[in-house]
Design a protein around this ligand. Sequence first.
Ligand code: SF4
Length: 409
Amino acid sequence: MTEAAQPVRMFRKGLSLKHEVADELTAHYHSTLVDEVRAAGYQRRMGRLQLYLASEFGFCYGVDRAVDYAYQTRRRFPDRSIYLTGEIIHNPRVNDRLRDAGIRFLSDAGEDELALRPDDVVILPAFGVTVSMLLRLQQQGCTLVDTTCGSVLNVWKNVRQYARDGFTAIIHGKARHEETVATASQALQYPDGRSLVVVDRAETGIVCDYIRRGGDASAFLSRFAGAASPGFDPRRDLQRIGLANQTTMLMSESLAIGEMIREAMIDRYGDGAELDRHYRAFDTICSATQDRQDAIEVLLSDRDLDLMIVIGGYNSSNTRNLARLAGKRVPTYHIADANDLVSRREVRHRPVHDDRSAATAAEARSRDWLPDLPLVSVGLTAGASTPDSAVGQVIDRLGALAGQPEPAQ
Ligand code: SF4
């Protein structure tokens, strides 16, 4: 494994300023309205609107910690240039607040990672960075504040073990998502480490076909361009497989993908001891993601909802998955914030079933999203990168719209 070229200062457990930044964090991200809804059993009546809030929603422990560390970093180093490698979490408002606080983003136009100097401070985001980027930052001698979530580190540990033992890590995730890119890079710390990213069952089906019957290696590689590690050869690298996930994927889909690959390996190599020699798996969906997915299922089962609103960045994987779960059962609107509830008649949202990336998917505008019923039941949840303050603003906005007189047509 590669070692750092020179010693660097690395903060991994905060900067001992938690209490000093607590009031600022509360002012920016807390909501007394959300506290009230929680205290009232996760529901609130507002005019003709009955609101039901999921019992688990919003900031997860990893995001909470990452934002806290970023504020502590600003407080600890008021005179030094502070950078984030990219978005700290997938929430544009939170990222903009950090920009307003003077923290620069290496991913922004005009910034240059190679121009960093030893007295600069760099914050690593909750979903981590690649092994090569960490090495570069260490070589530049920067002070590093590592906010990589413990649940992501757990995945990395398993992927490294796969690589060490000669297993290819098949990662259920999005090949370009920062966390998945970083996870895949962990396999490369070993000479024979390999990885392959599959995004859904359809792609997994192609991999399973290859495991069972082999096929045209170059066609396989062009199908998985950008998703396979350098030098990947499906003839060699699909013989021993270990499963991993991006932590924010849909649990049910990850389980189904695991089962598909396990069955293909049984067909190819047999069951029992032989399977153990060729196949490994462990659950790497983080508990926060699972809790939010479970809570939305409970909400959808327990309440007769007319519609569901899911709040979160359009590029937030876990928010997208919450919206997909809800969208199977009721009309669902994935909005970025309260401003997207334009009026009683109009909502801006990211279509739930548009699987293009956030950069290419078109934002939709839908009419008549709030039904003209005497009582409308609205379910509400938020992704792991959405603070309570944003949830409170949406509740406030819903209350205002529910009380609005019918606009003239
Ligand atoms: S979603 Fe899970 S893995 Fe990602 S930061 Fe939150 S707790 Fe950590």
